[in-house]
Ligand binder design. Sequence first.
Ligand SMILES: NC(=O)c1ccc[n+]([C@@H]2O[C@H](COP(=O)([O-])OP(=O)(O)OC[C@H]3O[C@@H](n4cnc5c(N)ncnc54)[C@H](OP(=O)(O)O)[C@@H]3O)[C@@H](O)[C@H]2O)c1
Length: 296
Amino acid sequence: MRLIVTGTQGQVVSALIERGPAHGVDIVAIGRPDLDLADPASVEAALARIEGDAIINAAAYTAVDKAESEEDLATRINGAGAGAVAKVAAERGLPLLHISTDYVFDGALDRPYLESDATGPVGAYGRSKLAGEQAVAAACPDAAIFRTAWVYSPFGGNFVKTMLRLGETREELSVVADQRGAPTSALDIADALIAAAKKRLAEPDNEALAGLFHLTGGGEATWAEFAQEIFADAERFGRKPVKVKPIATKDYPTPARRPANSRLSHEKLARIYGISLPDWRLSTRACVARLLQPQN
Ligand SMILES: NC(=O)c1ccc[n+]([C@@H]2O[C@H](COP(=O)([O-])OP(=O)(O)OC[C@H]3O[C@@H](n4cnc5c(N)ncnc54)[C@H](OP(=O)(O)O)[C@@H]3O)[C@@H](O)[C@H]2O)c1
C-alpha cells in the first residue's frame, strides 16, 4: 500500500514516515513548495504527479495564537486548501483521511464530545479547521475526518519538548489546570491512520467508514497533570524534579481562547474502525524516554 501524505516536516507526517515501514506501507510525503495548501492550483498539480492508494491530509496551518491575527491565511490553508485536496481525492476515486481538531468545539459541555455534537469554535484556528471539515465533506462526501487534540511527538515543536526544555533550568513551572483533554502521540495517530487506510481499502463499500471520528489518546488530563507526568518520567533519566504549580487559564493569557473541555469520545472510532489509542501516560513515557535516553 502506498499513502500520499501532505506536508513534509510536521509531527503527524514525520510519524507516518517513521511508522510506514513497520506496517509494510510506503509513505510519499509532499509539501511546500511543490504542494502549497494556500495555492489550490499547486495542490492539484502536485497530487496529479503522484501515484498512491489513498491520501492523508496531515498538513495544516497550526499556529493557534498567530491565527488570531492571520485568520484569512489560516482559513485559506485549512479551509480551501483542505477542500482542494478533497477535490483531487474525489476526482481520482482515492480514499481521503483528513485530520481536524478538538478546537471546532467551544468546550462548554461537561462530558466528552461526540461526533454528532454541535460545533462552535471559539478562535480563528478552530473556525479555519471547521471550514476545512465542511470543504472536505462537500468535495469528497466519503472522506473520513479524524479530529485529534494535544498532539506531541519526538518531532517538531510541542508541549512535551517545551516542558523538557524549560525543566532544564526551572525548579517550578506554572501550568494551566482548568482545561481537560487527552494528550495524543503523533506516532499513535500514525499507527491509527495507517490501520484506518487499510480498512478503507479492504472495505470500499463500507459507508460507515466515512464521516467524522474522534482520535485522541486514551484517558484524560489537564495540562498541569500532563506536565507532572512528563517531569516524573524525566526523573527516571536523571533529571531533577520540577514542581508544577496549577494555575487557571485566566492567569495565563494567550491571544486565542481555548476550549475548557477538549475531551472527545472514542466510542465511534472503536466501534466502526476497531481502533483505540493507548493510554496517554504510556505514550508520554515512551516519548520522554526517546527524547532523553542517551543515544547509542
Ligand atoms: N498539534 C496539535 O496539537 C494538533 C491538535 C489538534 C489537531 N491537529 C491537527 O493535526 C494535523 C497535524 O498537525 P501537526 O501537529 O502534525 O502539525 P505541525 O507539526 O504544525 O505540521 C504542520 C504541517 O503542515 C505543513 N503546512 C503548513 N502550511 C502549509 C501549506 N500552506 N502548504 C502545505 N503544507 C503546509 C507544514 O509544512 P512545513 O514543514 O513546510 O512547515 C507541516 O508539515 C493538522 O491537521 C492539525 O490541524 C494538531
